[in-house]
Design a protein around this ligand. Structure first.
Ligand code: TXA
Ligand code: MG
Length: 329
């Protein structure tokens, strides 16, 4: 495959080119507000197959369908329950994926053979404009090689997939920074299958109900394996109370430590340090960017200061649990 093109999300002619590549069955990485997605024309099975090859993702892991307008969800689902309509009105376009019983004929390649299909309307204007030009919907898993951290910039996409995809549409840094919340509406009561920026209480307020405590994401979402979003460098998560001591212990072992912190400045306890924001949204927005940067910083280990085990940190804790080994693992 020839080199991967970089297209500019601010240039209308580049959006035309992205749409035309997709129409011809090629893969284009596209910005969304959460993370970059690896997009293929959802109506073209050959194109959808290429997504699995490029990511080296096992066949059978389902893909999220991305739509440019709310009403297009009707093409994918059997019927649209009231809860789905309320959630779409409140949160679309935005970082919420709805899992609903699929319409007959929706490809098993997209659903992984599941009776449900996952659909979302992303909030990035360039990606919505490209889909409108294309006139078709897209499948778009995160644009990273299987098992690696999701990309939050065009550079991250190229670091993992250059030469394997036709193009990346550069739309700047992602504003949310972690993957969408997935709400499973296929059962009697809604269940959060993957936590994200849209929280359980946001959903409860919107629907006027109390949700059962979610299963852990790794149990609830087929195709989501624990240890899924890993940097290449060994990565450890450490609670604030232990962070400074832990850095000293690692320093005593020799080698270079990269510290990612939000409360406890590492001082000379680390060779490289990156600070994250101190509230859940800022921490989430900066987390993958920091992990990608540390992965390239030639350190022997990455030590991340964990946030407290409180509900507003749930989405971030879920991603950290997959990226890190426990301190004493
Ligand atoms: O924010 C996001 O959702 C990003 C951006 C690019 O939109 N996409 C994303 O896709 O995170 P991916 O493929 O990395 O994660 C999709 C998750 C997987 O854990 C998958 O198992 C679940 O959604 N999923 C997708 N379709 C499903 C289905 N039909 N049934 C059950 N789970 C499904
Ligand atoms: Mg992913």
């Amino acid at each position: 495959m020839p080199d991967t093109l970089t297209l500019d999300a601010a240039r209308p002619e580049d959006l035309d080119q992205a749409a035309s590549l997709l129409r011809d069955g090629h893969l284009v990485a596209m910005p969304t507000e959460t993370v970059y997605g690896l997009a293929a024309d959802a109506s073209n099975e050959q194109a959808v197959r290429k997504v699995f090859e490029a990511k080296q993702r096992p066949i059978g892991h389902p893909l999220i369908v991305h739509v440019p307008a709310p009403e297009r969800i009707r093409l994918w689902v059997e019927h649209l329950p009231d809860n789905a309509i309320r959630l779409m009105e409140a949160f679309w376009p935005g970082p919420l994926t709805l899992l609903l019983p699929k319409r007959r004929g929706v490809s098993d390649f997209i659903t992984g053979g599941n009776p449900g299909v996952a659909v979302r309307m992303p909030a990035h204007p360039a990606t919505l404009a490209t889909m409108e030009r294309l006139g078709r919907d897209l499948v778009a898993p995160s644009a990273n090689p299987y098992g690696r951290i999701s990309p939050t910039s065009a550079d991250h996409v190229l670091a993992g997939l250059a030469g394997k995809i036709a193009a990346v549409l550069d739309g700047g840094d992602c504003s949310v920074g972690i993957e969408s919340t997935i709400i499973d509406l296929t059962g009697d009561t809604p269940v959060i299958a993957r936590p994200g920026q849209i929280s359980q209480s946001d959903i409860e307020q919107c629907l006027g109900i109390t949700l059962a405590p979610g299963k852990s994401a790794s149990q609830a979402v087929p195709g989501s394996v624990k240890r899924h979003y890993q940097p290449v460098t060994p990565t450890v998560g450490v609670a604030t109370e232990r962070f400074a001591d832990s850095l000293q212990e690692f320093a005593a072992l020799g080698g270079r430590t990269g510290a990612i912190w939000w409360q406890t400045a590492p001082g000379d306890g680390a060779s490289e340090a990156i600070r994250l924001g101190a509230d859940p949204k800022d921490y989430a927005r900066m987390l993958y960017t920091a992990m990608h940067a540390m992965d390239r910083a030639n350190v022997d280990r990455i030590v991340i200061e964990l946030p407290p085990a409180q509900s507003q940190w749930l989405a971030v804790l879920d991603r950290l649990a997959r990226a890190c080994t426990e301190e004493n693992d």
